[in-house]
Ligand binder design. Structure first.
Ligand code: AMP
Ligand code: MG
Length: 502
């Protein structure tokens, strides 16, 4: 969904009068369990997203109110809400995991807006019937990561669930060490996952499968309703959206870390931020989740895994599709075509090209080879490339890029090819520079930057967190006061590792 600019949105709603219209709660009760969250003792406001609040028309004054903190902690219900935890299943690390579900998420309800629906969901507000061995909690560390990254991805223009608020408490939560509890309020038009469909097929419940497909098609893929087979049409569109999302992840150097089918959004949104990372020094096979020993979810495998996950979704939809050929066309053709086109277009734009031509793929492939061989910082490289003149520069002019690549000769050779390609476009340098800076972010949520916010917050200082959040709202702008956050990992952060534990 293309969100309008936050400043253009009306914000008339008071917290106690949000226009709820809880469509998911109108599905049969097999889809969820109605329940109240446990809440959070003595919650403190840590951070909110004004941009996310604007999307639901929430009046800006409400964000600073004590009632907002209590509601976002799950301590007081919102009038008009209908709180529930949804059931789903899924494949985890390639193996069928059976029933999962919202083990620590409570859907508060769905807000109607002129730009479409937004569900509000608490993450970390207590156990549900789907918690299995989990405690229903989320720790401050992982909640900061989810909040910052959701809002950073949105600012980068990458489809994602949003984060409205982050509240924290002194409640101890045991993980590898003792940590403290927090709740992030997430927003999405829908939190339905691939695994929501797999659930009904695995349980041999074709009626519910049909109901869920109808629900998703009617609300989010209305054009599919008129197709010969609406489920095929929906799957085709989900394949396209997922392929586009993968092209965006690869282009920006984002690694999700846990691409299980229960973490795949039916709307093609980035969903469930856990051990994610942005690429620092480029390594095509980087594994950001240290529990992923086999590297199933390494950077280079993400598009392939998304495709695999679409097949799991397609298999789940088979009772509605019936025909293997239709299934393969819906997934394989749509995914591969869209991914290749979107990836080439995005990389071309990152290189400052105005269109796609024969040979661009080789130019891009050689660049990835160069970055991989020299472990060049991915974000810095593209940003610096925008500064270079189109006509062969002096070594001093080329220094911003040459200084990032250990092998200057190899770097110069690639730059010569890039310049030969730029010559075909004949675009003025200033125009190209502006276009490149508009697609090559200066600021991404590097792990060390997230860790900086986390360590300060754990010590009771939320100022760095707020500053980093503000910085990441304008990822493409030069922000001299925040230049430190554009830097590669400092020495202390070289060995940071991120696990699934959250
Ligand atoms: P994830 O890999 O974090 O997306 O989670 C996979 C499944 O485990 C989902 O069903 C989650 O709701 C559940 N889960 C993860 N952490 C917890 C927790 N601390 N308490 C309850 N359920 C959890
Ligand atoms: Mg999940």
């Amino acid at each position: 969904m293309n969100a309008p600019h936050p400043d253009a949105l009306e914000r008339p709603h008071r917290l106690d009068a949000l226009p709820f219209d809880n469509s998911f709660a109108r599905l049969p009760e097999a889809f969820y369990t109605r329940l109240a969250p446990w809440g959070l003792p003595e919650p403190r406001a840590v951070l909110f997203s004004d941009a996310a609040a604007a999307l639901i028309g929430l009046h800006p004054d409400e964000l600073a109110s004590p009632a907002f903190v209590e509601a976002m902690a799950g301590n007081t219900p919102l009038p008009g809400g209908d709180t529930l935890a949804a059931v789903y299943s899924g494949h985890q690390f390639g193996a069928w995991a059976g029933q999962l579900g919202d083990g620590r998420a409570h859907l508060l309800g769905e807000i109607r807006t002129p730009h479409g629906p937004w569900e509000l969901q608490l993450k970390g507000a207590g156990r549900t019937p789907y918690s299995r061995m989990g405690d229903g909690r989320a720790v401050l560390r992982s909640s900061i990561r989810e909040f910052l990254c959701s809002e950073a991805m949105a600012a980068l223009g990458i489809p994602t669930t949003r984060a409205l608020s982050l509240v924290a408490s002194d409640l101890p939560v045991p993980r590898e060490t003792m940590e403290t509890a927090a709740v992030v309020t997430r927003m999405a038009p829908s939190f339905v996952r691939f695994g929501s469909f797999e659930h009904w097929t695995a349980n041999k419940r074709p009626g519910e499968l049909q109901q869920l497909a109808d629900y998703v098609i009617d609300r989010f893929y209305p054009a599919a309703r008129d197709a010969a087979n609406p489920a095929v049409a929906m799957l085709t569109e989900v394949s396209r959206r997922t392929a586009t999302l993968m092209a965006q992840w690869q282009a920006v150097g984002f690694m999700h870390g846990v691409m299980n089918t229960d973490n795949m959004s039916i709307l093609g949104l980035t969903l469930d931020y856990g051990p994610f990372a942005f690429m620092d020094g480029f390594d095509a096979d980087h594994i950001c989740n240290h529990t992923d020993r086999g590297g199933r979810y390494r950077y280079s495998a993400q598009p392939h895994i998304a495709h695999w996950n679409l097949h799991a979704l397609g298999h789940a939809l088979m009772p509605l599709i019936g025909d293997t050929d239709a299934l393969e066309a819906a997934i394989d053709t749509a995914f591969v075509e869209t991914y290749n086109r979107e990836f080439l277009a995005r990389l071309g734009a990152k290189l400052g090209l105005t269109d796609t031509r024969d040979g661009d793929e080789e130019l891009i492939g050689q660049l990835y080879g160069l970055l991989h061989a020299h472990h060049t910082d991915y974000t810095l490289f593209f940003r610096a490339l925008g500064e270079l003149p189109a006509v062969a520069g002096t070594p001093a002019q080329d220094a911003p890029v040459r200084d990032l690549v250990a092998d200057r000769t190899a770097c110069d050779a690639w730059l010569a090819q890039w310049r030969a390609r730029l010559a075909l476009d004949a675009r003025p340098d200033a125009e190209r520079r502006a276009a490149m800076h508009a697609v090559n972010p200066k600021y991404v949520l590097r792990n060390w930057v997230a860790e900086t916010a986390i360590r300060a917050a754990q010590a009771g200082d939320f100022a760095p967190l707020q500053r980093i959040h503000t910085c990441l709202q304008r990822p493409f702008d030069e922000q001299p006061e925040n230049a430190e956050f554009a830097a590669p990992p400092p020495d202390w952060a070289q060995s940071l590792s991120v696990s699934c534990s959250s």
